[in-house]
Ligand binder design. Structure first.
Ligand SMILES: Nc1ncnc2c1ncn2[C@@H]1O[C@H](COP(=O)(O)OP(=O)(O)OP(=O)(O)O)[C@@H](O)[C@H]1O
Ligand SMILES: [Mg+2]
Length: 244
């Protein structure tokens, strides 16, 4: 069964056609990447998949169910992380995770929070207030929150942007392990081409609200006649080139 199937999504904000007919599928355990220049429509697409933005047209199905009609059931199996999401600053990290664990109605909230604190190495930060965290530490807490409910689909908008190379490497390793070991599907955006090459099974290239190319990193490089994904990106962004 497909985890995610989006068909012909479109969204306009005033004069800006942010998303102009995007279709994509993500399968069990797949790590999919949404790439493209600033303003291409990636975040808007993710927000439509999460029911945060209502599409002008198009449909989203997850786990075989229509998102618009089965919103609560569908979204209970999904989670999302992005650096622009706030967390309550006055709470301690553990209090935040406890609150989300209860919000998600987890069966064993304490045990799951302990597992996640361990998994993301947050022990030393558990009693720190959110407002005191560095941006990289905040990112790790966001990811912890996003993994709490053991989502079948994890949507991550630039998950490693604030992380130092070491922390980024650990988080990439962790996310790949989660996908491979539990079958959780990942849909991520990133401007880090090495990261995308390392992590993503399939890449959907967005430009001006449309998908202009897709495939694995190797397939895209070969289709565009270049050496790597960075060069593919530059071609798409600067020349608007699409392979014949
Ligand atoms: N709520 C909104 N109201 C008005 N315009 C919006 C809104 N959200 C997005 N846009 C516009 O839609 C377009 C797509 O934005 P979006 O955030 O989806 O791009 P993106 O691909 O995520 O870019 P980036 O790489 O910079 O994060 C942009 O022109 C943006 O200004
Ligand atoms: Mg964005």
């Amino acid at each position: 069964m497909g985890i995610l199937e989006a068909v012909d999504l479109a969204k306009r904000f005033g004069d800006v056609q942010a998303v102009d007919g995007i279709s994509l599928t993500v399968g069990t355990g797949e790590i999919a990447g949404l790439l493209g220049p600033n303003g291409a429509g990636k975040s808007t697409t993710l927000h439509m998949l999460l029911g945060l933005v209502t599409p002008d047209s198009g449909t989203v199905r997850m786990f075989g169910l229509d998102l618009a009609r089965h919103r609560t059931e569908v979204l209970s199996r999904v989670n999302f992380s992005a650096s622009y999401l706030g967390l309550p600053g006055v709470l301690h990290v553990r209090e935040v995770l406890d609150a989300f664990a209860r919000l998600y109605g987890l069966r064993r909230p304490r045990r799951r929070v302990a597992e996640i604190v361990d998994l993301l190495d947050l022990g030393a930060l558990a009693r720190r207030k959110v407002i005191e965290l560095s941006s990289g530490q905040h990112t790790r807490v966001q990811l912890a929150k996003a993994l709490l409910n053991e989502p079948r689909l994890l949507i991550l908008d630039e998950p490693t942007a604030a992380l130092d190379p070491d922390a980024g490497d650990r988080i990439r390793g962790l996310l790949v392990r989660v996908a491979r070991e539990t079958g959780t599907a990942l849909l991520i955006t990133s401007h880090n081409m090495r990261e995308v090459e390392r992590m993503c099974d399939r890449i959907h290239f967005v430009s001006a609200g449309r998908i202009v190319a897709r495939g694995s990193a190797a397939e895209l490089a070969s289709d565009f006649g270049v050496d790597d994904l960075e060069e593919v990106f530059l071609k798409v962004a600067r020349e608007g080139t699409v392979p014949a």
